[in-house]
Design a protein around this ligand. Sequence first.
Ligand code: SF4
Length: 341
Amino acid sequence: MSDRRALSLSTDGLATSLRCPRRYEFAHVHELDDGEDDPPEERRLDLCRQAICDTLRTGHTDADALETAALERFATLWGDRDERYHSFAQRRHERRVLEATIRAYVEAFGAEHASGLAELQAASESAGELIGPELPLSSAVQLPDRETTVEVDAAVDYVVASGSSLTGVRFVPTLTPLGLLRYRDEWEGAVADLFDDHFDPDEETFEPGPAGALLETAVVLDGLRELRDRLGLGDRQCRYLLVPLADQSNTTVNWIRESVETSLDSLDLTDVFLDHHTFGMTLEHRNATVEGRLAAVVGRIVDKQFDPGRQWEQISAHSCENCAYTVCCQEYVSSEVAFDE
Ligand code: SF4
């Protein structure tokens, strides 16, 4: 009989453990505050995310109506916001950037996604929630060589029908942490090698960003399948789409006219995640290598294995410099003392 553990983990926690398991222990087991405020791009993201989700909830599917509703909702949220700026000019500029981001979202995705949502709501056999922010999903991960199952939580911001697929859409600040995943569209080859090498302590490769995104994709796609079945949404294949809302690399500012224009990219992680062998065996968007590694990572956390171990060289080279826990970290302090001798 399966033992379903009360312990639940999150994909954010797993991402932290890939950067350093000891850091995970400080942050998620001992719950030590890292003393860091949300960066400005996270706060911008939250404002746009809330305005867009509230707009999708109105049921509008026409682009002009969506843009009007989204900008009105944004104006209300902006007015309620209490954030200090160096000057009125800076505040005005940030508002223009965020309004341009919302217009760019509506232009690139708004009508299509709103229609996809309406299609799902009409098709759903039960009245389940499809719009967030932070629409919760979870995957029951079975630990290796055990009967134990652990829930791993993730979230998307909304779910839409796109063709014959069910797509979970997640707003993120930027796509930069995804590294190589931004430039590849298949698992086989460079992405598979990068993923394997990250977990191989004999390799110099240390890519917790892309590796964590692939683990997250496994959880999200499994959570979407569970949502699909629970809401009676047919046998659609599930997909996972990221939309960056705080990436200003496509933004142009006309300081004379005081106008801002931007455009939005997106990244569908599904193709770079699924391996064709597992797809052929299951006819689902799955990846046996990533799912196996997900179970192993969860198993280490359940077993309280937080020692950096043989990955210490890579962790000390890449993770310690921006870690808030250096003063209480035995590995870091020991390495500093050894260096001074
Ligand atoms: S200081 Fe380095 S080894 Fe210690 S918790 Fe932070 S990242 Fe990990």
